[in-house]
Design a binder for this molecule. Structure first.
Ligand code: UDP
Ligand code: MG
Length: 199
């Protein structure tokens, strides 16, 4: 039987990243989404190739710039010299370095990929996930409950901030990521038992 779909129904992708998988947090993470009322409609474990990992993230300057600017702001706020770590202060160049480290990181162990469906699912999942840097993420969020990793340490080690999960940032990313990780026949349509009670 099909679910209770409306124009506010969205689909979004979550990856349990390598640190989440090797720390045994997969079940914990999925249960946080399930208990909120989000419907799991696709799920698999994948060991990504470098090419697959690389194509998960956008390659536009806009994305490099948004990632790099956040890094620069964080370093400035904490009085850490950006140039010493990255050899540049250009957000786009910094974003490109981070993207290279992301591909290293996502290929280190299997990841668990899923599609979640629900009302305003993209924003709700981002809220449950928490801020990008665990050290800044609110308690009660996944990143805020399981890590204190920070760019100040990660970047000195030439690696990404280990933040346990990825969650699509907007509708455009969600559409790309669903197609990138799943074939249409791997995505399922069904009704959850409590849908009638909740909505
Ligand atoms: N990242 C990082 N350092 C940074 C910015 C980002 O290591 O200064 C990594 C981090 O793992 C993050 C990923 O790059 O999850 C993608 O960045 P984005 O801005 O899309 O953050 P997210 O959407 O994951 O919160
Ligand atoms: Mg993102």
């Amino acid at each position: 039987m099909k679910g209770n779909q409306t124009d506010k129904t969205e689909r979004t992708v979550v990856l349990v990243k390598p640190d989440g998988v090797v720390r045994g947090l997969v079940g914990e993470i999925i249960s946080r989404f399930e208990r909120r009322g989000l419907k799991l409609i696709a799920l698999k474990m994948v060991w990504p190739t470098r090419e697959h990992a690389d194509k998960h993230y956008p390659s536009q300057d806009e994305w490099f710039s948004s990632v790099g600017s956040r890094t620069v702001d964080f370093f400035k706020e904490h009085g850490v010299a950006v140039k010493e770590h990255f050899g540049t202060e250009d957000p786009i160049e910094i974003g490109k370095q981070v993207k290279g480290w992301l591909a290293d990181y996502l290929t280190r162990s299997p990841v668990v990929a899923m599609v979640l469906e629900g009302f305003h699912a993209i924003a709700v999942v981002r809220k449950l996930t928490g801020s990008t840097y665990p050290v800044e993420a609110a308690p009660g969020t996944i990143r805020g409950d399981y890590s204190v990793d920070t760019p100040a340490v990660a970047n000195a080690q030439k690696r990404v901030v280990k933040n346990i999960v990825h969650a699509s940032g907007n509708a455009q990313e969600a559409a790309h990521e669903i197609e990138h990780w799943f074939n249409p026949e791997e995505i399922h349509d069904y009704k959850r038992a409590e849908e009638e009670a909740m909505f």
